[in-house]
Design a protein around this ligand. Structure first.
Ligand SMILES: [Zn+2]
Length: 584
């Protein structure tokens, strides 16, 4: 924590915190600092949408560390219309299409869900992930806000000033880009490198595609009722009286028509481009980021900036655009689940601090990928190496800040693994043992015999994450299967050199039975064969000899040319079985 208190310019989070505090003190001195995120529970909330939360969360947390009170609002946009039936959601079939146009809270939850409706179902998974990630926030259901009349004054005000709103919208209509609507909207033409997963992720948030209330022959109205008969938003306002607040609408879906008084009516909402700036003003939001598409002239952030000032007498928040978050290793995920991963999926294969770190170390305008493939092992190596630099004081200030934001919040440390053994080692052990606990404990204890593990709990939760990664993300053909019987044919075909290399290895097993010892042994055997000292510098010839020796061991142990790192593999296979498979 010290680093963020002594320096306010260490990283992007600190710089935003400086700006947000200054702006908050100018606008609302002495009041809590308000930052905001918006999430639409229109389906599984994808990892890409997590940036919508993590960006203000990290800034809010920095501000809390400096001793200020912060409200991080997460607006659940659960009163948005149900736009489409997402693919690949268990318990959902094409019949859900009949609910398109209803509020998300009026759509039935997927079959078998414990939740009351569609929005609650998908909100629950995200809420659990945010808890695990240590994100502190005030959740606001827009269904609750609208249906309880919380925004009554703002709605009547917007209706009264509908001509002003129409005029603002009109400034952009000529240069309107239909792909740039909505908060997390997408713009496929301009995102050359966006893959399918990123597009799907981007679709998850905001009210993309919602109309802005224009194109009504009866005039411009920024408010839309949900139909009193079919609950859909395919309604058209046909008249409105400012004095009595009497509003007439007809439903183009079912033909229903009714007259209501907006002064007491609670079943409708402002169109997105008015709704968003209305809430900036209502909540006094100082900081709220949004997706990259908002740099375009007709985007809801840009239009909202005019509406909040000219109609609601408010100020647009500081609103950095964040770049897309991609996923590596998506092929398998897509085919098996029909969708892109959620934060809950990521938290099954990596610990919360690692996931927080990925968001903390990159500026919002930098895109990055979250690894579900082999890359996760390298990522964990990098994370562990950073931890060692923090511990020995050689870390750079910006890296220290990112590390600190990852492992703790203003409320305290996040849960960690007491003995954080290398992820790639844990993954290899899980690969070979298929999760057998006694075998796993034996192998992990033999990694460092001087300081053995007494219980698997010391290696958890990282061990569980590595096991999950192996079982859910590594394709069957990439899994390691240790031979049951020696490969007699291969053993019989070895020349003197080959037989001697195996003899030297087996001879050294007992005295080298640890991760470090076996590492020395497997690299040392080819040196001895070449007549070199154990600490000899590697030459190209020696490297070639080591490669072919390793390949021979892999063939004899797992019938392939490669596999988990050899010292780990040998420990996992066990000394007796190694002896048997190598022909002793
Ligand atoms: Zn209707």
């Amino acid at each position: 924590m010290a680093e963020s208190q002594t320096s306010t310019e260490t990283d992007w989070v600190s710089r935003f915190a400086d700006d947000v505090i200054a702006e908050s003190e100018r606008r609302a001195p002495g009041k809590p600092v308000v930052v905001a995120s918006g999430l639409s529970p229109s389906g599984p909330i994808h990892l890409g949408n997590l940036r919508e939360v993590m960006t203000p969360h990290l800034v809010a947390d920095e501000i809390r560390r400096r001793g200020y009170t912060v409200r991080h609002l997460i607006s659940w946009d659960d009163y948005d219309r149900y736009r489409k039936v997402p693919n690949g959601v268990p318990g959902v079939d094409a019949s859900w299409a009949e609910h398109i146009g209803k509020p998300l809270t009026s759509v039935p939850a997927p079959a078998g869900s414990a939740y009351a409706n569609w929005a609650e179902h998908f909100k629950a998974a995200m809420t659990a992930a945010l808890d695990e990630l240590g994100v502190e926030y005030d959740g606001i259901s827009q269904t609750e806000q609208y249906t309880s009349g919380t925004y009554r004054e703002q709605i009547l005000h917007a209706m009264k000033h509908r001509a002003d709103i129409d005029a603002v919208l009109d400034r952009y209509r000529t240069k309107k880009d239909p792909a740039a609507q909505g908060k997390g909207g997408k713009k496929p033409q301009q995102q050359k490198k966006v893959d399918e997963a990123e597009l799907e992720a981007a679709e998850g948030s905001g009210a993309a595609d919602e109309d802005d209330g224009s194109g009504n022959s009866a005039g411009y109205f920024p408010y839309k009722p949900y139909c009193g008969n079919c609950e859909k938003d395919l309604t058209v306002v046909t008249s409105y009286d400012d004095d009595t607040t009497e509003l007439n609408y007809t439903c183009s879906a079912c033909g229903f028509a009714e007259t209501v008084r907006l002064g007491e009516f609670n079943r409708g909402k402002l169109v997105w481009k008015v709704d968003w700036p209305m809430r900036w003003a209502y909540e006094g939001v100082i900081f709220e980021p949004s997706g990259v598409d908002h740099s375009s002239p007709g985007s809801s952030f840009v239009v909202g900036g005019q509406i909040v000032r000219e109609v609601f007498d408010g100020v647009q928040p500081i609103g950095p655009m964040y770049a897309f978050v991609g996923i590596s290793g998506m092929a398998k995920m897509s085919s098996s689940k029909g969708g892109v991963p959620t934060p809950a999926d990521a938290l099954k294969i990596m610990e919360a601090p690692l996931l927080r770190w990925l968001y903390a170390r990159r500026k919002p305008n930098q895109s990055f990928k979250i690894a579900f493939d082999q890359e996760i092992q390298r990522l964990y190596d990098e994370w562990d190496s950073l931890g060692r630099k923090v511990a020995d004081g050689t870390v750079l200030p910006a890296d220290a800040a990112a590390y600190s934001r990852a492992v703790r919040t203003a409320a305290g440390e996040l849960p960690s693994t007491p003995r954080p053994l290398p992820y790639r080692t844990l993954a290899s052990v899980a690969d070979i043992t298929a999760g057998a606990e006694d075998q796993t404990l034996r192998i992990l204890s033999e990694l460092d015999p001087e300081n053995p593990l007494t219980s698997l709990d010391e290696a958890r939760p990282r061990l569980d994450r590595a096991e999950n990664w192996i079982t859910t993300q590594v394709p069957a053909e990439a899994r390691t299967i240790v031979r049951d019987e020696p490969d007699k044919e291969l053993l019989g075909s070895l020349d003197d050199q080959g037989r001697e290399s195996l003899r030297l290895l087996l001879e050294g097993l007992d005295t080298h039975w640890s991760l470090d010892g076996l590492t020395t042994l497997v690299y040392g055997v080819p040196k001895v064969l070449a007549g070199l000292e154990p600490d000899a510098k590697p030459t190209p010839e020696l490297k070639a000899a080591q490669r072919s020796f390793f390949a021979l061991l892999y063939r004899l142990l797992v019938s392939r040319d490669t596999g988990p790192r050899l010292p780990t593999l040998l420990l996992a296979v066990g000394a007796d079985r190694v002896r048997r498979l190598l022909g002793a």
